[in-house]
Design a protein around this ligand. Structure first.
Ligand SMILES: Cc1cc2nc3c(=O)[nH]c(=O)nc-3n(C[C@H](O)[C@H](O)[C@H](O)COP(=O)(O)O)c2cc1C
Length: 383
């Protein structure tokens, strides 16, 4: 008997902390700049996420835990009641469509601009982003961030904990602490952005301290079984040069494991990379792996299914896809039956407002006047 596409482990159920997932496909967090200028999620975001509710888990886009942590214009936030109410509309819509959601908490650190947040960005050290930054009026030179004081560190940790409580009040199953992709927590980990000489800088033990304090505070606030952490070892986006990737991540993973969060989420996971194997062996909990499909390039014809299956075979528990879910609201079904994928249509619509390139990607059923998914007849005939 030939193996049909539907037999993959990707479509097996899984459990994440207290949450049952119907399949192992996770929608990766994707910043889409569709909130209001006040950080309040807009109704269109409820439509967008509800369209994608067949994902085993949705991790909603990077969301700001305090005012100074805002990165770009129209990024959602979760530090005031209107923002919580806006997110509640989104989680209600996703739940009504049968889905489950975590919220990613992101403080941008030096990835921010006074034109976006009204405030001077803060960071571990006064080292500016070596690039221009997107503002409402176009790209602007980055500014030198203010070095965080001990009080800033304490209040930022507390802000993450409050934001996590707000997220649970807004109906999320849990939160993902964003320690990846060059944002504030990653800036503490990396040598080139952390030049501190106090207990938060210098040695590996000191540079992982802030991340572990944030995760501990968030876990204390909502329970470790509702907390995930995203890391991106070796990823140089936003001007990051970690310097000692092979030392810092094993130490960080050990420290996080002691706190018992629900999952660790690895960006650009490569099953052949010894660091991946080391992290998998050291991490006792659920591992979400986001395969490297070539950031910005076309989606592979199989939607990353083979890459995902290789990672599952190499010990990952759940597989996250970003652009696949962006362009295919019914990605799970398309992967299950081996149907062709929509490609991301317009790079610019990723980060601009409105429906275009956001809620207007068709499902398989939309593409056929009779409502039958292309490929379904072929599969039925083969069965
Ligand atoms: C438009 C866009 C927005 C993104 N926003 C976020 C984000 O908010 N938080 C995050 O951790 N990663 C973000 N990423 C990275 C994705 O989560 C993912 O790691 C990346 O797209 C690679 O996965 P893919 O090849 O399946 O798309 C973003 C990527 C894209 C293309």
């Amino acid at each position: 008997m030939t193996k049909t596409p539907a037999t993959s482990r990707l479509f097996e159920p899984a459990r994440l902390g207290p949450v049952d997932l119907p399949n192992r496909l996770v929608m990766a967090p994707l910043t889409r700049n569709r909130a209001g200028a006040d950080g309040v999620p807009q109704p269109i975001m409820a439509t967008y996420y509800a369209q994608r509710a067949s994902a085993g888990l949705i991790i909603a886009e990077a969301t700001t835990p305090n005012a100074v942590g805002q990165t770009y214009p129209d990024i959602p936030a979760i530090h005031d009641p209107a923002q919580v109410a806006g997110w509640r509309r989104v989680t209600d819509a996703v739940r009504a469509a049968g889905g489950r959601m975590y919220l990613q908490l992101q403080h941008g650190g030096r990835v921010g601009h006074p034109d976006n947040s009204g405030l001077t960005p803060v960071a571990p050290s006064p080292v500016p982003l070596p690039e221009t930054i997107h503002t409402r009026d176009g790209r602007r030179p980055s500014v030198v961030p203010r070095e965080m004081t001990a009080d800033d560190i304490r209040s930022t940790v507390a802000d993450f904990a409050t934001a996590a409580r707000n997220a649970v009040d807004a109906g999320f199953e849990g939160v993902e602490v964003h320690a990846a992709n060059g944002h504030l927590l990653h800036q503490f980990l990396a040598r080139n952005t952390n030049r501190r000489t106090d207990a938060y800088g210098g040695t590996v033990a000191n540079r992982i301290r802030f991340v572990t304090e944030v995760v501990r505070a968030v876990a204390d606030a909502i329970g470790p079984e509702r907390v995930g952490v995203r890391i991106s070892p070796g990823v140089t986006v936003n001007g990051i040069e970690e310097g000692d990737t092979r030392d810092i991540y094993p130490a960080l993973v050990d420290a996080l494991a002691d706190l018992g969060p629900a999952y660790l989420h690895l960006v650009f996971a490569d099953p052949d990379d010894p660091l991946y194997q080391e992290i998998r062996a050291a991490w006792p909990g659920t591992l979400i792996a986001n395969p490297n499909l070539g950031w910005g390039g076309p989606l592979p014809a199989d939607g990353g299914r083979e890459a995902g299956e290789r990672l599952l075979a190499a010990g990952a528990d759940l597989i996250a896809f970003g652009r696949g879910f962006m362009a295919n609201p019914d990605l799970v079904e398309r992967l299950r039956i081996g149907a062709p994928l929509n490609q991301v249509r317009d790079q610019y619509a990723m980060y601009t407002g409105g429906e275009t390139g956001y809620t207007d990607y068709p499902t398989l059923a939309d593409s056929r006047p009779d409502g039958e998914a292309p490929g379904a007849a072929g599969l039925r005939d083969a069965a």
